[in-house]
Ligand binder design. Structure first.
Ligand code: OAD
Length: 245
């Protein structure tokens, strides 16, 4: 029975699919409806900022009504009750982990409810409203240079040094609801294995990189994540009893 000092969890769009946010590469996924080069690259933004802002304003509206699902809640419970550390690294730009009650969440692809000024780099919360071409930076006061604080293709994901430290020090690595097609996140499983961690994939179907994991379980996140969390809690309780004896 295992008791892990640190569990690191990587989440992707499949985690929030059952909250109604959609995935990217599944049939009818977001990238089958939009050309990512037009809406999720610096070049796309430069060519037509309005088109790019419209895409994220539309998605922000959908996110506003989204609620944390049973999988987010199970991870929040794991963080609160597991005897070891639990850290989530998410590729998702929603705030559903936080809404569920998770505190240790690293947003490697940014957050849709924040804006960034392309001129001065100031990042700020969008408490209400969207980003328009007329939006003024609250710091440098420039107009017309505001963008969502999300990482686009061709840009460097956030917090990579911190993530590297978390990978190097984790004993269990769990990947949930990600196709494993976007680097650097797709390479985390290999880094975790090299660091000696046990690695587990929880996904609707085997991902591109499923063979790299020690264990892989298929099913909907709202079903398999609570089940896996229950198993971890149970094993930890048994391991703790053995230590007490
Ligand atoms: P993808 O759309 O590539 O993959 C989603 C994965 O979730 C797939 O493997 C699905 O099988 C799985 N899935 C779907 N529904 C599920 C459910 N209910 N329960 C469990 N799994 C489910 O999304 P990501 O891997 O997150 O980046 O994509 C990574 C990055 O690519 C995103 O952060 C985004 C995207 O382009 C940028 O926009 C920069």
């Amino acid at each position: 029975m295992s008791l892990y000092d640190k569990i690191l969890i990587l989440t992707g769009a499949g985690m929030s699919a059952e909250s109604g946010l959609g995935t990217f590469r599944d049939e009818n996924g977001i990238w089958s409806q939009y050309n990512f080069e037009e809406v999720a690259t610096p070049e796309g933004y430069s060519a037509d900022p309005q088109r790019c802002l419209d895409f994220y304003n539309y998605r922000r509206d959908i996110h506003k009504n989204a609620e944390a699902n049973a999988a987010h809640k199970a991870l929040a419970r794991l963080e609160a009750e597991y005897p070891g550390e639990v850290v989530v690294v998410t590729q998702n730009i929603d705030n559903l982990h936080e809404l569920a009650g998770s505190h240790r969440v690293i947003h490697m692809h940014g957050q849709i409810n924040k804006a960034k000024c392309n001129d001065c780099g100031h990042v700020y919360a969008l408490s209400h409203g969207n980003i328009e071409l007329t939006t003024m930076c609250p710091s440098c006061k420039v107009v017309g240079s505001q963008r969502p604080d999300v990482v686009w293709f061709g840009e460097m994901p956030y917090h990579l040094e911190e993530i590297q430290r978390e990978i190097d020090s984790c004993f269990l690595f769990i990947s949930i609801g990600t196709s494993g097609s976007v680097y650097p996140a797709a390479g985390f499983v290999n880094m975790a294995r090299k660091a000696g961690a046990h690695t587990v994939e929880l996904n609707l179907e085997p991902s591109d990189g499923a063979v790299q994991f020690h264990e892989a379980h298929q099913g909907k996140a709202t079903e398999i994540v609570p089940r896996y969390v229950e198993k971890l809690m149970h094993e930890a309780a048994i391991a703790q009893k053995k230590v007490v004896r």
